[in-house]
Design a protein around this ligand. Sequence first.
Ligand SMILES: Cc1ncc(COP(=O)(O)O)c(C=O)c1O
Length: 396
Amino acid sequence: MNQAYREATTVVHGNQEKNADGALTTPIYQTSTFVFDSAEQGGRRFAGQEPGYIYTRLGNPTTNQLERNIALLEGGEECVAFSSGMGAVSGTLLTLLGAGDHIVADSSLYSCTFELITETLTRFGVTHSIADLNDREALLSALRPDTKLVYCETIANPSMKVPDIAAIAAEAHRVAPGCLVVVDNTFASPLLVRPLELGADVVLHSATKYLNGHGDVIAGFAVARRELAERIRKVGLKDITGAVLGPQEAYLILRGLKTLKVRMDAICAGTLKIVDFLAQAPQVDKVYYPGLPGHPDHAIAERELKQFGGMVAFEMHSFEAAKKVLNSVKLCVLAVSLGDCETLIEHPASMTHSLCTKEELAAAGISDRLIRFSVGLEDPEDIIADLKQAFEAAER
Ligand SMILES: Cc1ncc(COP(=O)(O)O)c(C=O)c1O
């Protein structure tokens, strides 16, 4: 597709190839394997001498159509689809790192990614330094000339920290030539920021969230220049994890993607109204949202993000009040995950970040009074009314 189209057009049409039999939507190729015309053809396909499908773990037309659309959206040469966001994270890190390698990661990361870097990869001989990557001194003292990989998230969970990707990538590439900058863009989506354009080498997604957007699929992506993506596909996807996305799930994401622009625009606009209410609510101590001028990364967010997103965290006065709010909401749904049509509300300290130690929670700024909120597509006034009644219930 012509790359010059605007985003609303790109998400609808993607990088669409002509479908068999003139089908408007991409057919679901629900097959594990593909039939060869002859033994010679099978041999040629395995030898890479003839294009064509072999086996769905190595490629499938439905999944490949989705990969082309995501690569186009992120402005990357190639996308590799995984059966979960963690599949994409682990498949990528296990492809790019080996025993003796050093990784620098931001202190605010999704907890399973943090565990993977600080616990699991250590077992395979990969060492790490954790730092606030927006703190230039901390970044420079963490980076080593032989650092292989730097890792952060575009909007970090749940502090809503916004790393300065351009500055981090520039320092990483300067101090450690050959070092790869890997950015998880789940919270922002490619419609708010395209990290590859800011100097990142690999972009990761949990497509479970905004990209699919309907709470019915678990999936992930890695997007990079062709040579890097091919390595991730051949090593991290094909051999190490085998975490291949099924064609049914790929179809659902292809469908969800068509409304990504209208969903993100509505979610971001609704979130501004809800944040405005939260910032003035006497029951709320503190609101974490990069769109607020008081947020430590507001200036970076203004420069880096097209809109400020649909994720908000806020602190109540006490753990008891936070618990009562969580148990009193009627419209907001008490559930983890994010980026769905429904507004989701959760308690990071006891849910998404429950694996973290007390020290790690403190370092990431997660108190037991903190509530995380993923704004959905409901009318924001209804969400505000629901929060209002929950705040009043918490006071009783
Ligand atoms: C920022 C981020 N990255 C990765 C993941 C993992 O994605 P998945 O649950 O699809 O494996 C999540 C899940 O919540 C996430 O929030």
